[in-house]
Ligand binder design. Structure first.
Ligand SMILES: Nc1ncnc2c1ncn2[C@@H]1O[C@H](COP(=O)(O)OP(=O)(O)OP(=O)(O)O)[C@@H](O)[C@H]1O
Ligand SMILES: [Mg+2]
Length: 314
């Protein structure tokens, strides 16, 4: 049974005439990585700022582990950690000083601080930045320090905003592994990201939401959202003796939405390909078609993103 740890009800944030978060209602379960996807300006960061008690909502409520984000903000702050989209560092300090200070205000003992900082500094390969004040660091180095802060803190509830923007593929992978570990060790993560691959990797067993113009358009597991795209699965058949009459035969299968035959290749667009793949293969073989390749592919999260955001982007 899933236990909710963040409950958001009709939450709104206005900046003059802009409604950044619009009457949003959402429940996030304990111990999941909930991915928030949406075009630039959708309201992801504003939502995180409200939940992290940085912005005061214009209206509506949210509770974190039963604490009201406005009325009991001090209690909320004891439970949460934030990794900001734009690194928020004391620019005159070096990474060791920044991380040590952060760990100290989070209440970690000296011994624990040293242990966790050493581990994360090695994992994120921060050595290049040794001794330099933060203002002299590259964009990626600054971002690594920002993410390191939350990975050292290990809060019960982690708000992580675009953790791997600007970072190279090795560090991306390391950070993804560390965020998965954080969840596996009991934290709940609200992740805002524009990287579909990141959401795919981190939220595979949990949920994502597509946000646009301050509202949640659609939410569910990545697999369930992919299933909502009509004809989104594709079966690709390669054969030297494809016959046009096969198309007629296959259209009797209700899952199939469209069929395109081009020379030696047939593309079948359908729903829930896994349910009918064996029937399709059987029909092909019964008609004496020599199948050289039979490949199923499902829609990507990019397809889901475009499907639920394109009409707003015109
Ligand atoms: N402090 C602010 N003052 C005025 N408007 C703001 C402020 N912060 C955000 N906005 C506006 O609110 C809307 C949502 O912005 P937000 O930063 O939450 O989007 P986002 O989904 O995080 O986008 P991105 O993917 O670019 O990070 C935008 O129209 C933005 O211009
Ligand atoms: Mg943002």
């Amino acid at each position: 049974m899933k236990q909710s740890i963040i409950e958001i009800n009709n939450l709104t944030k206005r900046f003059k005439d802009i409604v950044a978060v619009d009457n949003l209602t959402l429940e996030i379960y304990e111990n999941e990585i909930f991915g928030l996807l949406g075009p630039n300006g959708a309201g992801k960061t504003t939502l995180i700022y409200m939940l992290a008690t940085i912005y005061r909502p214009t209206s509506g409520t949210a509770h974190i582990a039963t604490y009201d984000i406005v009325e009991q903000s001090a209690k909320v702050r004891e439970l949460i950690g934030v990794s900001f989209q734009e690194a928020k560092l004391d620019w005159s300090l070096n990474y060791n000083e920044i991380l040590n200070w952060h760990a100290k205000i989070c209440g970690l003992s000296k011994e624990e601080r040293q242990k966790r900082i050493k581990f994360i500094v090695e994992k994120l390969q921060l050595f290049d930045a040794k001794g330099k004040p933060a203002y002299k660091l590259s964009g990626g180095q600054k971002k690594k320090i920002e993410v390191a802060k939350i990975l050292i803190q290990r809060p019960k509830i982690a708000f992580i905003d675009e953790p791997t923007a600007f970072l190279d593929p090795h560090i991306k992978k390391t950070i993804w592994d560390l965020i998965l570990e954080l969840r596996d060790e009991g934290s709940t993560v609200l992740l805002a990201t524009n990287l579909m691959r990141e959401a795919e990797v981190l939220c595979k067993n949990d949920r994502i939401a597509i946000m646009n113009q301050g509202k949640i358009i659609k939410s569910g597991s990545p697999a369930a959202l992919k299933d909502t795209i009509p004809g989104g699965d594709i079966i690709q058949v390669q054969s030297r003796n494809l016959k046009p009459e096969i198309e007629k035969e296959l259209t009797n299968i209700p899952n199939i939405v469209d069929i395109r035959i081009n020379d030696n290749q047939m593309l079948i667009y359908l729903n829930k390909a896994e349910d009918v793949a064996s029937t399709i293969l059987q029909i092909l073989l019964q008609h004496g078609i020599s199948v050289e390749k039979f490949q199923m592919s499902e829609p990507t999260l990019d397809d889901v993103f475009f499907r639920y955001t394109q009409k707003f982007l015109k």
